[in-house]
Write a new protein. Structure first.
Length: 218
């Protein structure tokens, strides 16, 4: 049964305005760093102090309503895959109202990776509690350590670690492609605007950004 997590991410006038009209520019070079961090065997230290970033072949979304396919495409690019966003949009049922939910993203991620590695996780409350935030942090660290990116459905306004505001009142999709400080801060690849293709955000802010919706992680 669908809940608020599944509500349509229709792009409102406020969302379009927040993305400068929503029409993103051409693809740009990836904002990425060579993977680093401690081996999985040192999981305790990794979670306390670890950092890792995946190599993203970033592309901006070609129109205001393709954030779901574009976020999925950027997420899959860390595994060396290059899937056409139009094909993914068709599979996800994307329309000018957006992509309905994270549950439409997860099957495409699994199809393109060739196995059921991804699952959808709901944060149904208006704000994330400590348990939900801890799970998100663990899921991001584990997924990135597996060489995969997380895709998240967000809504509202959040502030990154540089103090910049990112506002998508009608809903949006992003990829999470890295972490530092053991996952207390995470790196986001955002297809909305190549001028802000990537930024860091506290996992607490990200969890509240996802609240009432969900994310796909392995």
């Amino acid at each position: 049964m669908r809940t608020d997590l599944i509500r349509k991410t229709a792009l409102t006038a406020a969302t379009i305005a927040a993305t400068g009209g929503g029409i993103a520019g051409p693809a740009i070079a990836a904002h990425a760093a060579a993977p680093e961090g401690k081996p999985a065997a040192q999981v305790q230290n990794r979670k306390d102090h670890g950092q890792r970033e995946l190599n993203v072949r970033y592309e901006a979304q070609p129109n205001f309503y393709y954030c779901g396919p574009a976020a999925t495409r950027n997420a899959l690019s860390v595994q060396g895959k290059d899937i056409n966003v139009d094909a993914m949009a068709k599979e996800m049922g994307t329309t000018e109202a957006g992509t309905n939910s994270i549950n439409d993203i997860t099957p495409v991620l699994n199809k393109e990776t060739g196995k059921n590695a991804y699952h959808s996780v709901e944060i149904s409350s208006p704000t994330a509690d400590e348990k939900q935030t801890d799970k998100l942090r663990t899921d991001i660290v584990d997924t990135v350590d597996d060489g995969r990116a997380v895709v998240a459905n967000i809504a509202g306004t959040a502030v990154d670690t540089d103090g910049n505001t990112h506002s998508f009142e009608g809903g949006h999709y992003i990829s999470v492609v890295g972490y530092r400080d053991g996952g207390h801060e995470v790196k986001i690849a955002d297809s909305a605007d190549p001028a802000t293709a990537s930024y860091w955000m506290s996992v607490d802010n990200l969890a509240d950004w996802i609240a009432t919706r969900g994310y796909s992680a392995s």
